[in-house]
Write a protein that binds this ligand. Structure first.
Ligand SMILES: C[C@H]1O[C@@H](n2cnc3c(N)ncnc32)[C@H](O)[C@@H]1O
Ligand SMILES: [Zn+2]
Length: 441
């Protein structure tokens, strides 16, 4: 069995997934050698459309599209459990940023390998990353076989000299990623937030993103303090300031969006902004308000889902995040019908795919074969009155057993290649990082 499993990760042929449950129907899914879904049809109906290289029995599985994590700091897996239960500003300034000052490229490589392992295991096939040493994050992601969008965390703190350094780091990263010509790896610009990036820096980021035809990834209105301070300093709320700087576009992913008012949501809708809901992080950091999903949807903004980093979640399980989003929205806005199961799954798949420009995020002919197989034999999937309900409200990432990205297996029957070495490397990197920080203090 082990030889078969090892071989399956190397195969680049066509794949047939038979008799699997998709949207309540049992179907066969045919995937060609380019990693595209070429046919989805009634059971036994599509076997002759491809020369089957690999056949997977899907009769005990539910298939969903790959989950898309539209906001994380992947290598913060190394900081999991390092600092919990603190107010956001103290958490950033007293614990997180002092430790990050000692990060190395190797740390980000191992932290991102661990993040990809965790994301693959829980059904995520694409993520949107904002961090440091991002060339190394891209290297790790390429090795793991899933899709990543990478932005250097641009922080100038209003200082001209720092801005120049951040501009150079951003330009270097973007040309590095573009130079890879790897369809699974894309670049973005990552102005951190309105309280850490000057208006000049925001304007540069917007202009550069437009010129390079890439996305913008930014934290927006996460806390009430961010909004109050922005109005005090600039006389306008964060969305208006960002709009003045040209940062609100259909390729912008705005993370958190907790303290948006209705007018902010209307502006997001008018600009076609993608709003990434990060419920676990928002609740854990007690930012005080839930994203106004209902207003963003009403005004036509694209809502997607993200975990934030592992130091404010503390995992990367997007199936768990789907449940948090569906429950938090109902509780926060006192509506039993807000963000129902099927819609919550769609936000985490098609919503994310649209935000990152990576296909439809659906299981349809012509879509990339980013496919997650959930085990129907798990208790959380039994009984099967409604697959969407079980997926959104009962199962978490532990129910996922097989994952394909672009038609290639990245996990098969709960095996991810190289798992033991990744766990060892990341644990050692995390321990060494903390030691360096302690020695320096
Ligand atoms: C890219 C930068 O963003 C920081 N970071 C991590 N989590 C959050 C958050 N919830 N809000 C703002 N910044 C955050 C990282 O610690 C890094 O310094
Ligand atoms: Zn964040």
């Amino acid at each position: 069995m082990k030889e078969i499993i090892d071989d399956i990760f190397e195969r680049e042929g066509s794949t047939l997934i038979t008799d699997v449950l998709v949207g309540g129907k049992r179907v066969d899914i045919a995937i060609d050698e380019t990693g595209t879904i070429v046919e989805i049809g009634e059971k036994n109906g599509v076997r002759d459309v491809i020369d089957i290289d690999i056949a997977v029995d899907g009769s005990e599985s539910i298939a969903i599209p790959g989950l898309v994590n539209t906001h994380t700091h992947a290598a913060m897996t190394l900081l999991r459990g390092y600092a919990d239960d603190m107010p956001l500003q103290d958490w950033l300034t007293q614990k997180i940023w002092p430790l990050e000052a000692h990060l190395t490229g190797d740390d980000v490589y191992w932290g991102t390998k661990l993040a990809c392992l965790e994301m693959i295991r829980s059904g995520t096939t694409a993520f949107n990353d904002m961090y440091f040493f991002m060339e190394r994050a891209a290297e790790a992601t390429d090795e793991m076989g899933i899709r990543g969008t990478f932005a250097h965390g641009f922080i100038d703190l209003g200082m001209e000299e720092k801005r120049e350094t951040e501009i150079k780091a951003t330009e270097t990263l973007v040309s590095h990623i573009k130079g890879q010509k790897n369809p699974r790896l894309t670049a973005a610009v990552g102005p951190h937030a309105v309280y850490t990036v000057s208006p000049e820096g925001l304007r540069w980021c917007a202009e550069y993103a437009r010129e390079q035809e890439i996305g913008i990834h930014i934290h927006v209105s996460e806390t009430e303090k961010e909004v109050v301070d922005c109005v005090a300093q600039f006389g306008k709320r964060p969305p208006a300031l960002l709009d003045d700087c040209g940062c609100l576009t259909p390729r912008t992913v705005a993370a958190h969006c907790c303290w948006l008012d209705e007018a902010d949501c209307r502006l997001f809708g008018e600009r076609g902004v993608n709003a990434s809901h990060n419920p676990a992080s928002n609740m854990k950091l007690a930012v005080g308000r839930a994203m106004p999903y209902h207003h963003l949807r009403e005004y036509g903004a694209n809502v997607c889902l993200g975990t934030d980093g592992c130091a404010s979640n503390n995992n990367l399980d997007m199936l768990e995040e789907v449940k948090f989003a569906a429950l938090l929205q109902k509780f926060a806005w006192n509506s039993q019908t807000l963000l129902p199961a099927e819609e919550a799954i769609r936000v985490a798949t098609a919503g994310g795919a649209r935000a990152l420009g990576i296909g439809s995020g659906t299981l349809t002919v012509g879509a990339p074969a980013d496919i997650v197989l959930v085990d129907r034999r798990k208790a959380c999937a039994t009984p099967l009155h409604n697959a969407d309900s079980n997926i959104a409200y009962a199962c978490n990432g532990g129910a996922v057993h097989t994952v394909l990205c672009g038609g290639r297996f990245v996990m098969y029957d709960r095996v991810v290649p190289g798992e033991a070495a990744i766990l060892k490397g990341a644990a050692e990197a995390a321990a060494a990082l903390v030691c360096r920080a302690q020695d320096a203090s």
